[in-house]
Design a protein around this ligand. Structure first.
Ligand code: DGT
Ligand code: CA
Ligand code: CA
Length: 590
């Protein structure tokens, strides 16, 4: 999603929130919410469409009035209606709406009856016992509000990697057009592919910093310049994200890249290693006394310490320096190593594209295979498939496969794991499939013991090929459910079930640490997009980033294998329960 669309969508959401706080007509509120979603999902940058003088495309559910607002936001970055709404109520009130459990109705009561405008004030009101006395609240609600606000305030304000990528790509394109610029790299946690980033660190190589800094602070999305000097600046963008810029000369670029890529812990460990050899390392280079012995490239910095280059994703001081010293750094998996995707949806359930469109998109990406894995019947909100619809889709897939050579479409399902660990579809529905991806979508708050038992039982089912998004977390929104992951992995290993690394930016589940546990235990990881629309295959790159952070090599990943080696590993094809040697990679590596 282009950044501009994100900003327009955020503004439309804010209009909806504020209208709702005013008790506006619910249909009007809903129209703005729907418009926000449409804009967010629109595949092209609306601003450039409008800037080029093209007429705004006719978007579903967006009439002339809303189209006018979108045009206004795209052209000016402002909207008279929103400014008016903002002027009529406290600025901080929308932050209160972000607190889980506080909808517009409750926020409005807190504001009108208690004068509460900020999360801090709401917390105080809860602790003073003022909330429970409000009409329709009571002791229990007061307690849940108190806990939710405390959690909200404790949360570090970090943004998801995929959102940061939208901002970073646009900013790099803007900076790249200034003359005299040599290289632009986004460093920091972004380059290490952390699942969330606190701010963005841009590093530029150029002889003269001033025109670069000028261009940077002139970026149209800059809301506030926080600091500015001849070779550095910090700004806050609209939407709140902070960006730090540093400009260095070419001879220091590698040293600065190492320094600003971090992590801080990795840098400290490098410096310690340097000190042992009488070397000083800083963002300008590696020095012996006053003499610079390295600096222009990252390779030169590591080479000065007798180390091979360490990939940014590994730079967390989790053993990578020792591994580099003794030559045991993994050859990390790359996007190009993936032969296909084992988790995708279509418009038969809650996806947005047809089976044919998803297949065509996967084919044009060069996949050898794509598994279609819809939700199962229990997911009524997403029109999950029952046995009959699943069988019908299976026949459609067989027709597609019969009509083409090249990419193979696999018949699959993302079947719900029920509370007791049974699967949501009977064995006769699962038996004809090429792959069964099993997933927990309910009962997140079970005790560790019950949750672990439930998942172990699902893994024992000989139909199950892959456990999807194994921890169930949604980044920044829902904590992982409580399970004994080492025990789950031991069972997976014994049963020949693989773990998914779901590459959806909200999930990135498995975590990096769990990926590494899989590697250590010999459990293969399936890096899947969970695409609900054709554009979402692109999310695989975030899954690859996470996998690299988890030290995974191509052989550790299930879907780096060609189809002929993949199929036997899915425990299908008449072999109810292959021995566990079949699932260990090793000789089966691609
Ligand atoms: P973030 O922004 O919280 O997601 O994480 P980073 O790693 O991007 O951290 P940030 O933006 O504060 O700093 C960027 C890099 O600069 C960091 O990864 C390492 C380097 N750095 C920052 N402060 C220090 C420091 O005090 N000592 C050392 N050795 N390096 C530092
Ligand atoms: Ca940063
Ligand atoms: Ca920073």
């Amino acid at each position: 999603m282009p950044v501009q669309n994100l900003l327009i969508a955020t503004a439309l959401e804010e209009i909806a929130d504020r209208l709702e706080l005013q008790v506006a007509n619910p249909f009007r509120v809903r129209a703005y919410r729907n418009a926000a979603r449409t804009v967010r999902e629109f595949p092209r940058d609306l601003k450039s469409v409008i800037d080029r003088g093209e007429v705004l495309p006719r978007l579903p559910g967006i009439g002339a009035d809303l189209a006018g607002k979108i045009g206004e936001l795209a052209r000016t970055g402002h909207c008279v209606l929103l400014d008016h709404l903002r002027a009529g109520m406290p600025a901080s009130i929308t932050e209160l709406l972000q607190v889980p459990g506080l909808g517009p109705k409750r926020v409005r009561t807190l504001w009108h009856d208690l004068g509460v405008q900020t999360p801090e004030q709401a917390l105080r009101a809860a602790r003073d016992g003022r909330i429970r006395r409000l009409h329709g609240f009571g002791e229990k609600i007061q307690r849940s509000i108190e806990l939710a606000i405390a959690a909200h305030l404790a949360k570090e304000r970090r943004i998801k990697l995929a959102v940061a990528a939208e901002y970073a790509d646009a900013l790099v394109a803007w900076l790249g057009r200034v003359t005299g610029i040599d290289r632009v790299v986004v460093a920091g946690s972004f380059r290490r592919m952390r699942e969330t980033v606190g701010d963005i660190d841009v590093l530029v190589s150029a002889n003269d910093g001033r025109p670069i800094v000028g261009r940077f602070v002139g970026y149209p999305d800059v809301e506030q310049v926080l600091a500015r000097g001849p070779t550095r600046a910090s700004v806050r963008l609209r939407g709140g994200l902070q960006v730090d810029l540093r400009v260095v000369h070419a001879e220091s670029f590698g040293a600065a890249l190492v320094y600003f890529t971090g992590s801080k812990a990795h840098n400290i460990a490098l410096r310690r290693l340097g000190q042992e050899r009488g070397l000083k390392i800083n963002e300008y280079g590696v020095f012996r006394g006053a003499r610079r012995i390295a600096g222009s490239t990252e390779e030169s910095i590591y080479a000065a310490l007798d180390l091979p280059l360490i990939s940014p994703e590994l730079r967390e001081d989790r053993g990578e320096i020792d591994a580099a010293r003794n030559g045991s750094l993994p050859m990390l998996v790359m996007l190009g190593d993936l032969r296909g995707d084992l988790h995708a949806h279509t418009d038969a359930t809650d996806g947005r594209n047809s089976l044919e469109e998803m297949v065509e998109a996967a084919r044009s990406l060069g996949f050898d295979y794509l598994a279609i894995t819809e939700h199962s019947r229990r997911q009524t909100m997403s029109h999950g498939l029952d046995g009959r619809r699943l069988a019908r889709q299976g026949r459609a897939i067989e027709r597609l496969n019969a009509g083409s050579r090249g990419m193979r479409v696999l018949r699959g399902i993302e079947v719900d794991i029920l509370d007791d660990g049974a699967l949501d579809l009977p064995d006769e529905s699962l038996a004809p499939l090429d792959i069964v991806v099993a997933a927990v979508h309910s009962g997140f708050t079970m005790s560790r013991e019950r949750q672990t038992e439930r998942i172990l039982r699902a893994l024992e089912n000989p139909r199950v090929s892959v456990l999807a998004h194994p921890s169930g977390r949604l980044i920044g929104e829902r904590e992982p459910y409580d399970i004994d992951m080492p025990q789950v992995l031991r069972k997976a290993k014994a049963a020949g079930v693989h773990m998914e690394l779901n590459a959806h930016p909200e999930r990135l589940d498995l975590s990096d640490v769990h990926c590494r546990m899989c590697k250590d235990q010999g459990v293969l990881v399936a890096i899947d997009s969970d695409a609900h629309r054709t554009q979402e295959f692109a999310n695989l790159r975030f899954g690859i980033g996470q996998a690299r952070r988890g030290w995974l090599a191509p052989a550790d990943v299930l879907n780096t294998r060609p189809l002929a080696k993949l199929l036997p590993l899915l425990r299908r094809a008449g072999t109810p329960r292959p021995g566990h040697a079949a699932a260990t990679g090793g000789a089966l590596s691609p």
